[in-house]
Every structure is written in structure tokens, then in C-alpha cells.
Design a protein around this ligand. Structure first.
Ligand code: PLP
Length: 363
């Protein structure tokens, strides 16, 4: 049998591991910031009917430009956007790959602020784009000066600003984003994967004034459609055109487009749990503060708590009790996605049972 090491793998990929939070079949899954509420039976049936009706045309390629879906997404976002301002792909991971393929590449750099999303370095690596990071401030915020100084120092083509940030949940206010956009002519990507959970205004408000600003969104989190794989961006049509050049032909399947359109037609219902989930995360944080954990200020549907002298032990102990959370973020911290009230109650009692073992965090 041929082994990976026998193959002419690209040199920079040798020794690399595939991305992956563990996918384990346990009762309480709180590790990848999914919405715990599945679509209702009525929406499921409508999705199934949409797939049945397009199946008769599966011998043909899908709409390469996904125009109807882009127009629905523009309508959902509002702000006077139209299909020409929207790009859509298989998750915002593919949207980011398109941006880095179009605007990155050998000799170019993407800049971001750590700790942040663990997929960014992978998109950069795959597209042979230099990946430059600058630490956030001690409270995980970024400010205009820090960002503009980093841009001046590293001269990136693209700057990624994640708000609310993953894994810290830290948000950046709109004035800061605007001041950054005003202070640079670099492309600024604002990753708003968790925007629906936050009560701050979106960077979409700035798009008409700052043509080098790109707002990235996903249906994986708030929309409860992680399995559907739909991510999108809003930006100037010229940026969309750049993505169209590098996308694989027919990248978005007919069934993906159809399912996303059904979901968007029911956005009110699918987004109904968003406030409750944000509330669940804030309530968990208040509880954790009461138990004297260190808790990062989050505006997303997840919480980052610490500091655990041995976070892996805690992660494993919880897993042994059927609770899967995420070992990520700064040393000593663990990330917990907001689940149902029942799931959060199970987590809280498990942490209380463990707490005698958690030095520095007596209950
Ligand atoms: C989850 C997440 C995404 C979304 O990824 P998809 O590919 O759309 O599922 C994007 N950015 C951040 C920061 C995330 O945490």
C-alpha cells in the first residue's frame, strides 16, 4: 500500500494534519458553535420538496452564478444590496478561500489578530499566502491604532477582522471598523459569522462608503444550517467579480442552492432562537463568574472560560460524562457553545462535580 510519504506532496504540506474538531456521537454536543435547534418539520418538508422538484433537472449543471440565491441573500441583508453585491459558496470557508485565491498567493500576505479562528492559517497555507498575526490586546479587543500600525508594519493585501471573534466572542464596534477602513486602502474582510447573535450594528452599514470593505457571513451558526454549507459575502461588485474568476465551475450544487433558498424564505422562524441562544451563553457566563472562573466578554453564541491548570483533563472529564466542548483559545481556556437550557444545565452540574479538581477555581 502506498503511503502519504511516498507521494510527491507539496513540501509545505508535509507533516500537516487535516483540520478537525472531534466529531463524536455523545449526548451533549457544544463544541462547534452550531445552533442546537433543528429546522421544524414544516421547513424540512419544504426542503425535501424543493430537492424532489429539482431532481428532475439533475442531468443539467446548476446555475453557476447562483443568481436567485444571491438575490435572496441580498434581500435578507437589506441595506439596499442586490445580487451583484453578493457572493455565495460552500460555507464561508470557501468564500474565504476564494478571497485568498483572488487577492493572496505567493509573495502576498493576509493579516489577522490573534487569538482568532483556527481555519484562517489553513486558507492562507492552501493558497500559498503569507499568514501574519498580531496579538489582540490583553482583553482580546482590537483598536484602530493597533490595526493600522500592524498594517503599516506588514503591508498585507488583505486584513481579516473577526467580530464577534472566535474563540473569544469579543466584538469590534462599528466606529473602529470605520476608522480602520478610513485609514487604509487595503482590503478589509470583516468576518461576521456570529453577527446575528450580537446587538451591535453590522459593518454592512459601511459598504457603500468603503468599497474595499468585505463583509463575510454564514448560514452555519445563527441560521441553524451548518449541514447545508452556505457562506456568503457582501461587497462591491468588483470584489464579487474577482471571486467569480477563481471559483470552480458550478461550485454550488443545485440542492445546496435550493435548500438555502427555502431556509431564507423562513428566516424569521430559523432565527427565532438566536436571542435565546445568546441569552443562554450570557447566563452561563454569569454562572461561571459566580463560580470564580475567568470569563471572557463574549457577544456570540459561545463562551470562553478558564483558567484550567490542565484544560485537557477537564475536556476529557466532560467528554467521559457525554459532554463535548472545545479545547481551543488561549492556554488554560475552554470554549463552550450555547446549547438548549437542558444541555447547559447538564454542563453546569458536570463542572460543579469537577470543580474540586480545578485548582484556583473553587466553587
Ligand atoms: C464558524 C465560523 C465560520 C463559518 O464557517 P462555515 O464554513 O460557513 O461553516 C466563519 N468564520 C468564523 C470565525 C467561524 O467561527
Amino acid at each position: 500500500m502506498i503511503r502519504l510519504s511516498d507521494l510527491p506532496l507539496r513540501e509545505d504540506l508535509i507533516g500537516q494534519e487535516p483540520y478537525g474538531a472531534p466529531q463524536l456521537d455523545v449526548p451533549v454536543v457544544l463544541n462547534v458553535n452550531e445552533n442546537p435547534y433543528p429546522p421544524s418539520p414544516a421547513i424540512r418538508h419544504e426542503m425535501a420538496a424543493a430537492v424532489v422538484s429539482l431532481a428532475g433537472g439533475l442531468n443539467r449543471y446548476p446555475d453557476r452564478e447562483a443568481t436567485a440565491l444571491r438575490s435572496d441573500l441580498a434581500h435578507y441583508l437589506g441595506h439596499g444590496l442586490t445580487a451583484a453585491d453578493i457572493w455565495v459558496a460552500n460555507g464561508s470557508n470557501e468564500v474565504m478561500s476564494h478571497l485568498l485565491t483572488a487577492f493572496g498567493g505567493p509573495g502576498r500576505k493576509v493579516l489577522t489578530f490573534t487569538p482568532t479562528y483556527s481555519m484562517y492559517p489553513e486558507y492562507a497555507r492552501n493558497t500559498c499566502t503569507g499568514y501574519v498575526t498580531v496579538p489582540r490586546r490583553a482583553d482580546y479587543t482590537v483598536d484602530t491604532e493597533l490595526v493600522l500600525r500592524a498594517i503599516a508594519e506588514h503591508d498585507p493585501t488583505l486584513v481579516l477582522i473577526t467580530t464577534p471573534n472566535n474563540p473569544t466572542g469579543t466584538a469590534v464596534d462599528l466606529d473602529t471598523i470605520e476608522a480602520i477602513a478610513q485609514g487604509t486602502d487595503k482590503l478589509i474582510v470583516v468576518d461576521e459569522a456570529y453577527q446575528e447573535f450580537s446587538s451591535r450594528p453590522s459593518a454592512l452599514e459601511l459598504l457603500d462608503r468603503y468599497p474595499r470593505l468585505i463583509v463575510s457571513r454564514t448560514m452555519s451558526k445563527a441560521f441553524a444550517l451548518a449541514g447545508g454549507r452556505i457562506g456568503y459575502l457582501a461587497a462591491a461588485p468588483a470584489i464579487v467579480d474577482a471571486c467569480r474568476i477563481v471559483r470552480l465551475p458550478y461550485h454550488l450544487s443545485a440542492q445546496t442552492q435550493a435548500i438555502a433558498r427555502v431556509a431564507l424564505a423562513h428566516s424569521d422562524e430559523l432565527l427565532a432562537q438566536v436571542r435565546a441562544l445568546a441569552g443562554e451563553a450570557r447566563a452561563f457566563e454569569a454562572w461561571a463568574r459566580g463560580r470564580r472562573y475567568d470569563v471572557v466578554d463574549s457577544e456570540a453564541n459561545f463562551s470562553l472560560i478558564g483558567r484550567f491548570p490542565d484544560r485537557h483533563m477537564v475536556w476529557q472529564d466532560l467528554l467521559d460524562r457525554g459532554i463535548l466542548i472545545r479545547e481551543t483559545g488561549p492556554a488554560g481556556y475552554l470554549r463552550v457553545s450555547a446549547g438548549t437550557p437542558h444541555e447547559m444545565a447538564i454542563l453546569r452540574s458536570a463542572l460543579d462535580e469537577l470543580s474540586p479538581k480545578l485548582e484556583g477555581n473553587p466553587a
